[in-house]
Write a protein that binds this ligand. Sequence first.
Ligand code: AHG
Ligand code: MN
Ligand code: MN
Ligand code: MN
Length: 323
Amino acid sequence: MQTLAQNLTSQAVDASLSQLILTLADTSKAISQAVRHGALAGVLGATEQENVQGETQKKLDIITNEMLKDALKADGTVRGLASEEEDHVVEVSETGQYLVCFDPLDGSSNIDINSLVGTIFSVLPAPTGELSEASFLQQGRAQLAAGYVLYGPSTMLALTTGRGVQMFTLNPETNEYLLTQDAVSISKDTAEFAINMSNQRFWEAPMQTYIADLLLGKIGPREKSFNMRWIAAMVGDVHRVLSRGGLFTYPADNKDPNKPFKLRLMYEANPMALLVEQAGGKASTGYENILDIQPEQIHQRVAVILGSANEVDACLSYHGLDY
Ligand code: AHG
Ligand code: MN
Ligand code: MN
Ligand code: MN
Protein backbone atom coordinates (compact mmCIF):
# COMPACT_ATOMS: atom_id res chain seq x y z
CA MET A 1 0.00 0.00 0.00
CA GLN A 2 1.20 3.50 -0.85
CA THR A 3 1.96 5.92 1.95
CA LEU A 4 0.60 9.45 1.72
CA ALA A 5 4.09 10.76 0.85
CA GLN A 6 4.49 8.16 -1.91
CA ASN A 7 1.05 8.98 -3.27
CA LEU A 8 1.81 12.72 -3.41
CA THR A 9 5.02 11.96 -5.29
CA SER A 10 3.26 9.61 -7.71
CA GLN A 11 0.68 12.32 -8.43
CA ALA A 12 3.50 14.80 -9.09
CA VAL A 13 2.13 17.23 -6.50
CA ASP A 14 4.37 20.27 -6.13
CA ALA A 15 7.06 19.68 -3.45
CA SER A 16 6.05 22.59 -1.23
CA LEU A 17 2.35 21.70 -1.42
CA SER A 18 3.24 18.10 -0.56
CA GLN A 19 5.20 19.33 2.43
CA LEU A 20 2.22 21.37 3.63
CA ILE A 21 -0.16 18.44 3.19
CA LEU A 22 2.21 16.17 5.13
CA THR A 23 2.37 18.76 7.92
CA LEU A 24 -1.44 18.87 8.08
CA ALA A 25 -1.52 15.06 8.05
CA ASP A 26 1.10 14.80 10.82
CA THR A 27 -0.84 17.27 12.96
CA SER A 28 -4.00 15.24 12.45
CA LYS A 29 -2.17 12.20 13.85
CA ALA A 30 -1.49 14.15 17.05
CA ILE A 31 -5.11 15.37 17.12
CA SER A 32 -6.26 11.79 16.65
CA GLN A 33 -4.22 10.82 19.72
CA ALA A 34 -5.73 13.64 21.81
CA VAL A 35 -9.27 12.74 20.69
CA ARG A 36 -8.70 9.03 21.41
CA HIS A 37 -7.49 9.65 24.95
CA GLY A 38 -10.71 11.58 25.70
CA ALA A 39 -11.37 11.96 29.40
CA LEU A 40 -7.99 10.34 30.21
CA ALA A 41 -6.24 13.35 28.72
CA GLY A 42 -8.67 15.83 30.30
CA VAL A 43 -9.60 17.20 26.89
CA LEU A 44 -13.38 16.87 27.10
CA GLY A 45 -15.83 19.59 28.11
CA ALA A 46 -16.34 23.24 27.37
CA THR A 47 -14.42 26.41 28.17
CA GLU A 48 -15.95 29.74 29.17
CA GLN A 49 -14.83 31.37 25.93
CA GLU A 50 -16.91 32.11 22.86
CA ASN A 51 -15.61 32.14 19.30
CA VAL A 52 -16.42 34.73 16.65
CA GLN A 53 -19.35 32.54 15.59
CA GLY A 54 -21.02 33.07 18.98
CA GLU A 55 -20.41 29.41 19.93
CA THR A 56 -19.06 28.34 23.31
CA GLN A 57 -15.67 26.80 22.58
CA LYS A 58 -15.02 23.25 23.66
CA LYS A 59 -11.58 22.53 25.13
CA LEU A 60 -10.78 20.47 22.05
CA ASP A 61 -11.76 23.33 19.69
CA ILE A 62 -9.00 25.39 21.29
CA ILE A 63 -6.44 22.59 21.66
CA THR A 64 -6.76 21.48 18.03
CA ASN A 65 -6.70 25.07 16.78
CA GLU A 66 -3.42 25.69 18.64
CA MET A 67 -1.92 22.43 17.36
CA LEU A 68 -2.69 23.34 13.75
CA LYS A 69 -1.53 26.92 14.18
CA ASP A 70 1.80 25.85 15.71
CA ALA A 71 2.40 23.26 13.00
CA LEU A 72 1.56 25.68 10.17
CA LYS A 73 3.81 28.35 11.68
CA ALA A 74 6.71 25.88 11.77
CA ASP A 75 6.10 24.60 8.24
CA GLY A 76 7.62 27.46 6.25
CA THR A 77 5.26 27.23 3.27
CA VAL A 78 2.36 29.14 4.85
CA ARG A 79 1.78 32.88 4.37
CA GLY A 80 -1.34 33.09 6.51
CA LEU A 81 -4.17 31.17 8.08
CA ALA A 82 -7.85 31.54 8.86
CA SER A 83 -9.69 29.33 11.31
CA GLU A 84 -13.19 28.93 12.68
CA GLU A 85 -11.67 29.54 16.10
CA GLU A 86 -9.73 32.72 15.19
CA ASP A 87 -11.55 36.06 15.00
CA HIS A 88 -9.13 37.39 12.39
CA VAL A 89 -6.73 36.00 9.83
CA VAL A 90 -3.26 35.24 11.19
CA GLU A 91 -0.09 36.20 9.34
CA VAL A 92 2.36 33.30 9.48
CA SER A 93 5.38 34.24 7.38
CA GLU A 94 6.26 36.80 4.73
CA THR A 95 7.57 34.25 2.29
CA GLY A 96 4.99 31.47 2.43
CA GLN A 97 3.17 30.56 -0.79
CA TYR A 98 -0.05 29.26 0.72
CA LEU A 99 -3.03 30.35 2.72
CA VAL A 100 -4.69 27.69 4.86
CA CYS A 101 -8.29 27.87 6.05
CA PHE A 102 -9.40 25.26 8.56
CA ASP A 103 -12.07 24.00 10.88
CA PRO A 104 -9.82 22.42 13.52
CA LEU A 105 -12.59 20.36 15.05
CA ASP A 106 -15.78 19.76 13.14
CA GLY A 107 -18.71 18.29 15.04
CA SER A 108 -17.83 19.84 18.41
CA SER A 109 -21.22 18.89 19.84
CA ASN A 110 -20.21 15.23 19.42
CA ILE A 111 -17.08 15.43 21.60
CA ASP A 112 -18.73 14.83 24.93
CA ILE A 113 -20.79 11.89 23.64
CA ASN A 114 -17.70 10.14 22.22
CA SER A 115 -19.04 10.42 18.70
CA LEU A 116 -17.63 11.40 15.34
CA VAL A 117 -15.46 14.51 14.93
CA GLY A 118 -12.98 15.65 12.29
CA THR A 119 -10.75 18.38 10.89
CA ILE A 120 -11.42 20.17 7.58
CA PHE A 121 -8.82 22.15 5.61
CA SER A 122 -8.53 24.20 2.44
CA VAL A 123 -5.34 25.47 0.77
CA LEU A 124 -5.35 28.61 -1.39
CA PRO A 125 -2.52 30.36 -3.21
CA ALA A 126 -1.18 33.39 -1.32
CA PRO A 127 -1.47 36.55 -3.42
CA THR A 128 1.54 38.86 -3.54
CA GLY A 129 1.57 42.02 -1.43
CA GLU A 130 0.45 42.71 2.08
CA LEU A 131 -1.59 40.04 3.82
CA SER A 132 -5.11 40.97 4.88
CA GLU A 133 -8.51 39.33 5.14
CA ALA A 134 -9.01 40.27 1.47
CA SER A 135 -6.13 37.94 0.51
CA PHE A 136 -8.31 34.99 1.57
CA LEU A 137 -11.46 36.03 -0.31
CA GLN A 138 -10.92 33.74 -3.29
CA GLN A 139 -13.48 31.51 -4.96
CA GLY A 140 -13.51 27.84 -3.96
CA ARG A 141 -12.29 27.00 -7.47
CA ALA A 142 -8.94 28.58 -6.56
CA GLN A 143 -8.26 25.90 -3.92
CA LEU A 144 -5.01 24.02 -4.56
CA ALA A 145 -5.90 21.28 -2.11
CA ALA A 146 -8.74 20.41 0.23
CA GLY A 147 -9.44 17.60 2.60
CA TYR A 148 -10.67 16.37 5.92
CA VAL A 149 -9.59 13.95 8.60
CA LEU A 150 -12.21 11.82 10.28
CA TYR A 151 -11.48 10.64 13.83
CA GLY A 152 -13.79 7.66 13.67
CA PRO A 153 -13.37 3.96 14.50
CA SER A 154 -10.37 4.38 12.25
CA THR A 155 -8.73 7.72 11.44
CA MET A 156 -9.08 8.54 7.76
CA LEU A 157 -7.82 11.34 5.54
CA ALA A 158 -9.73 12.30 2.39
CA LEU A 159 -7.72 14.51 0.07
CA THR A 160 -7.89 16.25 -3.27
CA THR A 161 -5.22 18.26 -5.03
CA GLY A 162 -7.44 18.56 -8.10
CA ARG A 163 -6.58 15.07 -9.36
CA GLY A 164 -9.60 13.19 -8.03
CA VAL A 165 -10.09 12.16 -4.42
CA GLN A 166 -7.92 9.75 -2.47
CA MET A 167 -8.64 8.25 0.95
CA PHE A 168 -5.98 7.16 3.39
CA THR A 169 -6.34 5.18 6.61
CA LEU A 170 -4.03 5.78 9.56
CA ASN A 171 -2.22 2.58 10.49
CA PRO A 172 -2.21 2.67 14.32
CA GLU A 173 0.88 0.43 14.49
CA THR A 174 3.13 2.52 12.24
CA ASN A 175 1.29 5.87 12.61
CA GLU A 176 1.38 6.17 8.80
CA TYR A 177 -1.41 7.13 6.42
CA LEU A 178 -1.84 4.42 3.77
CA LEU A 179 -3.84 4.75 0.56
CA THR A 180 -6.99 2.66 0.98
CA GLN A 181 -9.17 4.13 -1.77
CA ASP A 182 -8.09 5.79 -4.97
CA ALA A 183 -10.29 7.66 -7.47
CA VAL A 184 -13.24 7.96 -5.08
CA SER A 185 -16.45 8.27 -7.05
CA ILE A 186 -19.90 9.27 -5.76
CA SER A 187 -22.78 7.30 -7.25
CA LYS A 188 -24.98 9.53 -9.45
CA ASP A 189 -28.20 8.28 -7.87
CA THR A 190 -29.09 7.69 -4.26
CA ALA A 191 -31.98 6.91 -1.95
CA GLU A 192 -30.40 8.49 1.15
CA PHE A 193 -30.50 12.07 2.42
CA ALA A 194 -29.09 13.95 5.41
CA ILE A 195 -30.71 17.01 6.94
CA ASN A 196 -31.47 18.25 10.46
CA MET A 197 -35.23 17.62 10.32
CA SER A 198 -35.87 19.61 13.50
CA ASN A 199 -35.51 22.78 11.43
CA GLN A 200 -38.19 21.75 8.94
CA ARG A 201 -40.65 24.53 9.75
CA PHE A 202 -37.92 27.15 9.27
CA TRP A 203 -36.78 26.15 5.75
CA GLU A 204 -37.61 27.99 2.55
CA ALA A 205 -40.53 26.67 0.50
CA PRO A 206 -38.42 24.80 -2.13
CA MET A 207 -36.62 22.73 0.53
CA GLN A 208 -39.89 22.09 2.40
CA THR A 209 -41.44 20.68 -0.78
CA TYR A 210 -38.37 18.69 -1.82
CA ILE A 211 -38.05 16.93 1.55
CA ALA A 212 -41.82 16.40 1.79
CA ASP A 213 -41.66 14.62 -1.58
CA LEU A 214 -38.76 12.41 -0.41
CA LEU A 215 -40.78 11.46 2.67
CA LEU A 216 -43.75 10.43 0.52
CA GLY A 217 -41.63 7.57 -0.79
CA LYS A 218 -43.10 5.31 -3.47
CA ILE A 219 -46.49 6.99 -3.52
CA GLY A 220 -44.93 10.45 -4.08
CA PRO A 221 -43.54 12.07 -7.24
CA ARG A 222 -40.10 10.51 -6.63
CA GLU A 223 -41.59 7.01 -6.67
CA LYS A 224 -38.98 5.50 -4.36
CA SER A 225 -38.36 5.15 -0.63
CA PHE A 226 -35.61 7.26 0.92
CA ASN A 227 -33.57 6.59 4.06
CA MET A 228 -32.25 9.38 6.32
CA ARG A 229 -29.02 9.82 8.33
CA TRP A 230 -27.68 12.75 10.39
CA ILE A 231 -24.35 12.59 12.23
CA ALA A 232 -24.25 16.29 13.28
CA ALA A 233 -20.66 16.48 12.06
CA MET A 234 -20.31 17.55 8.45
CA VAL A 235 -17.15 15.43 8.12
CA GLY A 236 -19.10 12.30 8.97
CA ASP A 237 -22.03 13.09 6.72
CA VAL A 238 -19.80 14.04 3.78
CA HIS A 239 -17.66 10.95 4.34
CA ARG A 240 -20.78 8.80 4.05
CA VAL A 241 -21.77 10.63 0.84
CA LEU A 242 -18.28 10.03 -0.63
CA SER A 243 -18.41 6.39 0.48
CA ARG A 244 -21.89 5.29 -0.60
CA GLY A 245 -23.59 8.31 -2.19
CA GLY A 246 -26.36 10.46 -0.76
CA LEU A 247 -27.52 14.04 -0.52
CA PHE A 248 -26.34 16.18 2.38
CA THR A 249 -27.85 19.57 3.04
CA TYR A 250 -27.79 22.31 5.64
CA PRO A 251 -30.26 24.66 3.95
CA ALA A 252 -31.21 28.24 4.73
CA ASP A 253 -33.64 28.62 7.61
CA ASN A 254 -35.36 31.54 9.34
CA LYS A 255 -35.03 30.26 12.92
CA ASP A 256 -32.77 33.21 13.68
CA PRO A 257 -33.23 36.03 11.13
CA ASN A 258 -29.66 37.20 11.81
CA LYS A 259 -28.23 33.78 10.96
CA PRO A 260 -29.97 32.25 7.93
CA PHE A 261 -27.15 29.75 7.26
CA LYS A 262 -25.13 27.44 9.49
CA LEU A 263 -22.08 26.18 7.62
CA ARG A 264 -19.07 28.33 6.93
CA LEU A 265 -17.97 28.90 3.33
CA MET A 266 -14.19 29.13 3.66
CA TYR A 267 -13.42 26.15 5.89
CA GLU A 268 -16.48 23.91 5.60
CA ALA A 269 -18.46 24.39 2.36
CA ASN A 270 -15.59 25.13 -0.05
CA PRO A 271 -13.26 22.24 0.83
CA MET A 272 -16.16 19.78 0.94
CA ALA A 273 -17.52 21.12 -2.38
CA LEU A 274 -14.14 20.59 -4.05
CA LEU A 275 -13.89 17.02 -2.72
CA VAL A 276 -17.46 16.28 -3.85
CA GLU A 277 -16.91 17.72 -7.34
CA GLN A 278 -13.61 15.87 -7.69
CA ALA A 279 -15.51 12.67 -6.88
CA GLY A 280 -18.11 13.38 -9.58
CA GLY A 281 -20.79 14.87 -7.31
CA LYS A 282 -22.27 18.38 -7.12
CA ALA A 283 -22.34 21.14 -4.51
CA SER A 284 -24.69 24.12 -4.58
CA THR A 285 -26.39 26.65 -2.35
CA GLY A 286 -29.66 25.95 -4.17
CA TYR A 287 -29.05 28.92 -6.43
CA GLU A 288 -25.33 28.93 -7.18
CA ASN A 289 -22.44 26.47 -7.42
CA ILE A 290 -20.59 26.71 -4.09
CA LEU A 291 -17.18 26.88 -5.79
CA ASP A 292 -18.30 29.95 -7.81
CA ILE A 293 -19.21 32.07 -4.78
CA GLN A 294 -17.15 35.22 -4.43
CA PRO A 295 -16.50 35.33 -0.65
CA GLU A 296 -17.06 38.61 1.16
CA GLN A 297 -15.90 37.65 4.66
CA ILE A 298 -13.73 34.85 6.01
CA HIS A 299 -16.42 33.69 8.45
CA GLN A 300 -19.35 33.98 6.04
CA ARG A 301 -21.96 31.24 6.10
CA VAL A 302 -23.80 29.60 3.20
CA ALA A 303 -26.56 27.13 2.45
CA VAL A 304 -25.13 23.78 1.36
CA ILE A 305 -26.67 21.07 -0.82
CA LEU A 306 -24.14 18.45 -1.95
CA GLY A 307 -23.71 14.86 -3.00
CA SER A 308 -24.92 12.48 -5.71
CA ALA A 309 -25.22 14.50 -8.93
CA ASN A 310 -28.71 13.43 -10.00
CA GLU A 311 -30.15 13.92 -6.52
CA VAL A 312 -28.60 17.39 -6.17
CA ASP A 313 -30.14 18.21 -9.58
CA ALA A 314 -33.50 16.93 -8.34
CA CYS A 315 -33.24 19.20 -5.29
CA LEU A 316 -32.19 22.16 -7.44
CA SER A 317 -35.18 21.68 -9.73
CA TYR A 318 -37.37 22.59 -6.73
CA HIS A 319 -35.40 25.82 -6.44
CA GLY A 320 -36.49 26.84 -9.92
CA LEU A 321 -33.18 25.89 -11.46
CA ASP A 322 -33.25 23.55 -14.40
CA TYR A 323 -29.87 21.82 -14.53
P1 AHG B 1 -18.55 22.87 14.22
O1 AHG B 1 -18.60 21.77 15.23
O2 AHG B 1 -17.22 22.95 13.51
O3 AHG B 1 -19.01 24.21 14.75
O4 AHG B 1 -19.52 22.49 13.00
C1 AHG B 1 -20.77 21.91 13.28
C2 AHG B 1 -21.62 21.92 12.05
C3 AHG B 1 -21.44 20.75 11.12
O5 AHG B 1 -20.39 19.93 11.34
C4 AHG B 1 -22.73 19.95 11.25
O6 AHG B 1 -23.14 19.48 10.00
C5 AHG B 1 -23.70 20.93 11.82
O7 AHG B 1 -22.95 21.91 12.49
C6 AHG B 1 -24.64 20.29 12.78
O8 AHG B 1 -25.61 21.18 13.10
P2 AHG B 1 -26.85 20.84 14.04
O9 AHG B 1 -26.32 20.87 15.44
O10 AHG B 1 -27.83 21.96 13.76
O11 AHG B 1 -27.39 19.49 13.65
MN1 MN C 1 -17.52 22.54 11.46
MN1 MN D 1 -15.32 23.42 14.35
MN1 MN E 1 -17.96 25.43 16.05
